[in-house]
Design a protein around this ligand. Structure first.
Ligand code: SAH
Ligand code: SF4
Ligand code: F3S
Length: 443
């Protein structure tokens, strides 16, 4: 099929890894001569990059698919493609449930989309082997000054609630030299902030051949040395593998931001065991203590699941205790959702929905109260802000983020991509407000 002059539209669901995979999908399509259009109805190729982490993610995507079905029935020459984790988790069933879909592929099979589009095949095809790391494909970057870099694909953990190991396969790390070369190119192209992506970044490099083996903290040091990269972030570390060398790097490497996202999941050791997280409450709190000792001002954020099978009121209260004790700067909170093929979906003692909702409300209230208290420490301080653009709530103001990853809305004159010095005047649980110090601009 000729592809030049054709158009595409991609809708992305799920995590940053998926956002980044979509950048690669777009890069690949553009290298074939496709151009992106804003509206799905105008596209020759309609793509969905799906997520399956919770049932709500599945439902959101299926609601969108209805429109693709209608567009395809009006114009059968359109191609409908479904990629990503949901596609991988149901495989060929995609075509049984949605016969209008032309091509389906898992996260490890993005290049097959190009093969499909350039072949003469008119029959529906699915591609679900774990073959490639999307990080090697051409990329169409969404943001000028910030970039995601996939350091590894897949996950070797066996968290009993999680579908990701079955949708992204075993862990495969990209060699450090390849990553450094990619980030050098990004820096030359004006990127100031990189976010390193992996399901468990701390186990980065363990699968590389002997001569190329690099630890995560060594990788951080190599990236810190690249000229032009002002900020390094990463997600996610795993508490079981988060060692002192990485924590120390936050104190020692100038570009590594003062923010660690350390997923807790539960504050009850009994539930953590059933989740197969392989750390307990004490071990988690020890990690937090090391962070507080070595990087006192570090922002800490987390992920928490409520209503895991068998979670009692006493277990849940232990989660509340840890949240209170740690004082997170923010937390993503999730209601446990049974996922096909996972161990936890088949466990007895599933928690009733109304209990999950009630626990969620209590948790969110505490998370917000502690986050509000924590963010007051920024008031009165002058913070470095990477400017992202106009404020979303008030276009006369600017918006950016501090190194601790909090959003700031402020009065000032700085341009997107610049680092501004902003004096913080007030703080809520989620955002800061302030004014740019213009004196520093004159100097
Ligand atoms: N690899 C990362 C991210 C995993 S997905 C990590 O381990 O931190 C992001 C979050 O989704 C998880 O941390 C977990 O809190 C949540 N999650 C995963 N599976 C879930 C499920 N079945 N139900 C509810 N939340 C889930
Ligand atoms: Fe899922 Fe656990 Fe792997 Fe994270 S570490 S992706 S929660 S299996
Ligand atoms: Fe991400 Fe969703 Fe897959 S959270 S790894 S896109 S299941």
């Amino acid at each position: 099929m000729p592809t030049a002059g054709k158009t595409y539209h991609v809708t992305t669901f799920g995590c940053q890894m998926n956002e980044h995979d979509s950048e690669r999908m777009k890069g690949m399509l553009e290298s074939l001569g496709y151009t992106e259009v804003e509206e799905r109805s105008l596209a020759d190729v309609i793509l969905f990059n799906t997520c399956s982490i919770r049932e709500s993610a599945d439902n959101r995507f299926i609601a969108h698919l209805g429109e693709a079905k209608r567009l395809k029935s009006e114009d059968p020459t359109k191609v409908v493609g479904v990629g990503g984790c949901w596609a991988q988790s149901v495989k060929e069933e995609v075509f049984e449930r949605f016969p209008f879909v032309d091509v389906a592929f898992g996260p490890g099979q993005i290049p097959k989309l190009a093969e499909f589009l350039t072949s003469d095949s008119i029959t529906a095809q699915g591609f679900f082997e774990f073959e490639t790391v999307s990080g090697r494909l051409p990329m169409k970057r969404e943001r000028e000054f910030q970039a995601w870099v996939q350091i590894s694909q897949g996950c070797n953990c066996v968290c009993s609630y999680c579908i990701v190991p079955s949708t992204r396969g075993r862990e495969v790390s990209r060699p450090a030299a390849e990553l450094v070369a990619e980030i050098e190119r990004l820096a030359a192209d004006g990127v100031k902030e990189v976010t390193l992506l992996g399901q468990n970044v701390n186990s980065y490099g363990r699968d590389l051949p002997k001569g190329e083996r690099t630890t995560f903290s060594e990788l951080l040091a190599l990236i810190d040395a690249i000229d032009g990269i002002e900020r390094i972030r990463y997600t996610s570390p795993h508490p079981k593998d988060m060692r002192e060398d990485v924590i120390r790097a936050h104190a020692e490497l100038p570009s590594l931001c003062e923010h660690i996202h350390l997923p807790l999941q539960s504050g009850s050791s009994r539930i953590l065991k059933a989740m197969r997280r392989t750390y307990n409450r004490e071990r988690y709190l020890e990690r937090v203590a090391t962070i507080r000792e070595l990087v006192p001002d570090c922002a800490l954020t987390t992920d928490i699941i409520v209503g895991f099978p068998g979670e009692t009121e006493a277990d849940f209260e232990q989660t509340l205790e840890v949240v209170d004790q740690v004082g997170y700067d923010s937390a993503f909170t999730f209601i446990f959702s049974p996922r096909r093929g996972t161990e936890a979906a088949g466990l007895p003692d599933q928690v009733p929905h109304r209990v999950k909702v009630e626990r969620m409300e209590r948790l969110v209230e505490l998370v917000q109260r502690r986050a509000h208290e924590r963010s007051q420490r920024f008031v009165g301080r002058t913070m470095e802000v990477l400017v992202e653009g106009p404020s979303r709530t008030d276009p006369s103001k600017l918006r950016g983020r501090i190194r601790h990853n909090k959003t700031v809305n402020f009065d000032g004159v700085a341009q997107p991509g610049e680092l501004a010095q902003v004096e913080i005047g007030s703080a809520t649980s989620t955002t800061l407000a302030g004014e740019e110090l213009l004196l520093s601009r004159l100097g």
